[in-house]
Design a binder for this molecule. Structure first.
Ligand SMILES: [Zn+2]
Length: 378
């Protein structure tokens, strides 16, 4: 992924919608560049960012990549944090910012910025439908002039979520009863917890490996941001946590479900499991999330080849790539925009933005997909 262009300082404030690294990963670098102000986000977002940013730094260092920031930059961000809550209004100079649930992962928000007579909605990553983990975003915003919206899935609609969950439960039973292992690579934040909640009652052994363990503990410390904390607490307590290499070896010698990072299969414990399991016909691999082009998981999905850590193989495991997305889809985003009827729409965070821009224009919207680094005046 490209590094963002340097921000033009001074900035009055920084608002972060949620903890995923494609939204927060450059934040400490802002402090390195000289930013002195505060960062506004929900409490659970701050705690998750602290975990993810430190891990990102470790990974950058281990891979010999150019380090974008140092631990003291993360610490500075933590010292200057300003915790916000759903429904809160924050004044920054003459601007008023309101905070709304975005329904994407625990603590994810959208912001409405009101300044100089305009109301601008920045959706961040947004999902309108409830999941068993979080409540969906409320699509009712009043008098919005400008929308900056994500459009990750502007080109398709998601299949029925309940059916997908049922399918994963089916595969879990079939695999484990055939003495195999169901491997579920997924994001530490959001998907790990949703899968735990949806699988624990099967009564099958579940191993939890990677950063999903710490992320679940953090989320459980902020129960106000999840729908059913007691259910997640129960599911988490039943899962066997992989903390030592010995636990990992135990997991691969058991018929079980393994939930592990990394979600896009680029590094993380999933590499260890793929090495051990790729040629086992009684094992299964199910991916459930968005995978960026060029990642190990996306290549596997597109070509059937697992290419990582010196391996280039066609896994013999049963493989399914399910679209259990935490983002809104085409029909929901179009309906949302029709209801808002803004004077201008900016499209960000997607792979098919120009096509979506064309479609929205044909519907009479003034839509635009800006290039990275482009400046807009509204
Ligand atoms: Zn996200």
């Amino acid at each position: 992924m490209d590094v963002p262009k340097k921000a033009e300082l001074p900035l009055d404030a920084v608002f972060v919608t949620h903890a995923h690294l494609d939204h927060s990963g450059y934040l400490p670098a802002l402090y390195k560049e000289g930013y002195e102000g505060s960062v506004c986000a929900t409490s659970v977002t701050f705690d998750l960012m602290s975990l993810l940013l430190r891990d990102a730094l470790k990974v950058q260092s281990k891979r010999g990549l150019k380090l974008l920031f140092m631990p003291h930059d993360i610490e500075k961000m933590e010292r200057l944090k300003r915790i916000v809550r759903f429904g809160e209004e924050i004044e920054i100079g003459d601007a008023l910012i309101t905070v709304h649930n975005a329904g994407h992962i625990p603590g994810a928000v959208s912001f409405v910025l009101e300044a100089e007579g305009k109301r601008i909605l920045y959706t961040g990553d947004i999902k309108f439908l409830d999941t068993r983990l979080v409540s969906g975003a409320e699509p009712h915003f009043k008098d919005i002039d400008i929308v900056i919206t994500e459009c990750t899935y502007s080109y398709k609609n998601h299949p029925d979520r309940e059916k997908l969950i049922d399918r994963i439960r089916e595969i879990a039973q079939e695999t484990v009863y055939n003495n195999g292992i169901l491997l579920l690579p997924c994001f530490a934040v959001g998907r790990t917890q949703e899968l735990l909640i949806n699988l624990y009652d099967l009564g099958l052994p579940i191993y939890l490996d990677g950063m999903g363990i710490d992320a679940t503990e953090i989320i459980l410390n902020h129960p106000e941001y999840i729908k059913n904390p007691s259910e997640l607490r129960k599911a988490f307590s039943k899962a066997r946590k992989v903390v030592r290499p010995r636990d990992r070896n135990e997991a691969v010698h058991n018929a079980c479900i393994i939930i592990t990072t990394a979600g896009m299969m680029n590094g993380g414990p999933v590499s260890f499991y793929m090495k051990k399991l790729h040629n086992k016909e009684n094992c299964s691999l199910v991916t459930t999330g968005y995978m960026v082009e060029g990642t190990v998981g996306r290549t596997l999905m597109d070509t059937g080849r697992y290419i990582a850590d010196g391996l280039d193989v066609r896994p013999k495991m049963h493989m399914e790539f399910l679209d259990l997305s935490a983002h809104t889809d085409h029909d929901h985003i179009v309906r949302f925009l029709e209801k808002l009827s803004p004077e201008k729409i900016f499209l960000v965070h997607g792979e098919h933005n120009p096509e979506f821009e064309k479609e929205l224009k044909s519907m009479g919207f003034d839509a635009y997909s800006p290039e990275m680094g482009e400046k807009m005046r509204v």
